[in-house]
Design a protein around this ligand. Structure first.
Ligand SMILES: Cc1cc2nc3c(=O)[nH]c(=O)nc-3n(C[C@H](O)[C@H](O)[C@H](O)COP(=O)(O)O)c2cc1C
Length: 182
C-alpha cells in the first residue's frame, strides 16, 4: 500500500494535482454513511492547513444528526443539499486564538479547501457553503449551535458519497498569467 492509498482510506490512489484538477462541488449524495475514521482523516487534513503565525484558530463541529442538518439547511438560501448529506463539517474560528488580527478567515478558508480536496481524494463529495461574512447566517449558526461569544462560524461543508458526477472543468486562462510585470 502506498502513502497515498493510506491517505484515501479507499485503496484508490490519486496524485495531488489530479485531485485538484478534478474536484467539483457535489450537492447530491447517496445514503451511504461515512466511516468515522475517514471523517477523522478529513479533520487531520483541515488542521494541516497553513495559518497566519501558525495560529490555527479553527474549531470544527462534525454533524451527522439528520435533524441538525435539516435545521442548518434553512439558515442560508444556499444550503438546501444539507439534509441529504451523510455528514457536514461546520468550520469555525475562535477569535481568542487569533495572533494576527484580521487573518483568521483566510486560515479557515485554507482549512476548508483542505477538507474539499481530502474528501475528493477519498471518493467523497463535498461543497463549501458560505456563512462568513453574511451577518444573518453568522447569527443563525451561532444561535443554532450555541457557539461561545468568541467563536465565529465560517463555512458549512456537507459531505457524502456522490450521487452526481459533474464534469471536470478546464479553467486555465493563459492570459491571467503575467511574467515579471503586468
Ligand atoms: C467562498 C465560497 C462560498 C460558496 N458558497 C456556496 C453556497 O453557499 N452554496 C453552494 O451550493 N455552493 C457554494 N459554493 C460553491 C461554488 O458555487 C462552486 O465552488 C463554484 O460554482 C465552482 O464550482 P466547483 O466547486 O464545482 O468547481 C461556494 C464556494 C466558495 C469558494
Amino acid at each position: 500500500m502506498t502513502g497515498t492509498d493510506q491517505m484515501t482510506g479507499t485503496g484508490q490512489s490519486s496524485d495531488l494535482i489530479s485531485t485538484i484538477l478534478t474536484r467539483r462541488s457535489i450537492r447530491s449524495f447517496t445514503a451511504q454513511p461515512i466511516p468515522p475514521e475517514l471523517l477523522t482523516r478529513l479533520m487531520q487534513a483541515a488542521m494541516s492547513a497553513p495559518s497566519a503565525h501558525n495560529e490555527q484558530p479553527w474549531h470544527f463541529i462534525l454533524i451527522t444528526d439528520k435533524a441538525l442538518l435539516k435545521t442548518a439547511s434553512v439558515l442560508s438560501p444556499h444550503m438546501a443539499m444539507l439534509p441529504s448529506a451523510a455528514a457536514a463539517i461546520l468550520v469555525c474560528a475562535d477569535k481568542d486564538l487569533e495572533k494576527s488580527p484580521g487573518l483568521w478567515s483566510m486560515d479557515c478558508a485554507a482549512a476548508s479547501q483542505n477538507i474539499l480536496l481530502a474528501a475528493h481524494s477519498s471518493g467523497l463529495g463535498a461543497v463549501w457553503t458560505a456563512i462568513y461574512p453574511r451577518q444573518d447566517r453568522i447569527d443563525g449558526f451561532k444561535a443554532a449551535f450555541n457557539l461561545p461569544l468568541s467563536v465565529i462560524p465560517f463555512a458549512m461543508i456537507p459531505l457524502g458519497y456522490p450521487a452526481e458526477t459533474p464534469a471536470k472543468q478546464d479553467r486555465f486562462k493563459a492570459e491571467r498569467i503575467h511574467f515579471d510585470k503586468w
